[in-house]
Write a protein that binds this ligand. Sequence first.
Ligand SMILES: [Zn+2]
Length: 355
Amino acid sequence: MKKAISLLASAIIVGGSTQIYAEEEKKETKESLEKKLEVNQDEQEKITKEIEALDLDIQEIQKKIEDTNNQIVSLDSEIESLTRKSEDLKIEIEKNEELLGERIKVMESNSSLGYLEVILSSESISDLFDNIYMVKQVVEQDRELLKTLNDNKSELENNKKTVESKKKEVESLRVSLENNNKTLNDNKAKLEELKLKLEQEENELEKEIEELTKQIVLSDEQIGVISSGSWPVPGISRISSPYGYRIHPIFGVQKMHTGIDIPAPTGTPAVAIDDGVVIFAGVQRGYGNTLMIQHDDGKVSLYAHNSSLVVSKGDRVQKGQVVTRIGSTGNSTGPHLHFEIRINGKHTNPMPYIK
Ligand SMILES: [Zn+2]
């Protein structure tokens, strides 16, 4: 690009006939830059969509991670409760073992008393057998209970093992989800970096195109292809924001300002800058109530943010005729006329056309 500009510059210096040739080159350069800008903007749109799709994937994965976290928390509390139950059982088993041990000791010491003593200590033979039978019976019951308790305990421990292995599964699922999440975020960061580069390139392209447009307009004026019209707001000459790059008042970013802003109270009439035909009268996104006039020499003037439109599509208008009333519709911080000139569909500095 820089090379092209310096070539053009040297061509301009050479002389009259070369100047026309240089102008053609400028226009060609401008066209190729505009194509590049279009490709850039298409690419940005694609990347933006990809980032949006990634955001959805990331949201989904984060939801899944949250699910696994919740599962782990509930598995942990399950494990905790199983551990507690198993400990309680252990204590009960120990108590029962003690009890059983004492009974067995009593029984054994009873039987070691020897026949005579048992007989003597019992009031009758049947009483003696009853006593022995009862002791045996109780010991039997104790053994039974102890077996049940031990069975319960091993069942609990098995459950606990199952829950613990389930927890391990969920944890490894979480790890793989977190890895996926990281990959997605890495991809997103790369795309965002790429988008930023494209945005920078877009800004540079727009600046270069603007510069070329200015040069081309000046020479077109010299050739006299496009006639100049009158000022669009009679009686108000202040411009609050000129054509070109500026910090956008609403979005806070550096943006191309595609027209000029003329602040005026709501209802102030704006006039056609030249003879022409209304080709658009309606609401445009951001521009609010918008009027576009195609003038007889081909240039198009655009009036934005109007409170009302005085003429309709298809109307023939004359230079100086009231066409809109100024307002603050669309993206606007206060009542003003945003005025543009477009030549071959491209905005250009309107100042040379509204003397
Ligand atoms: Zn504006």
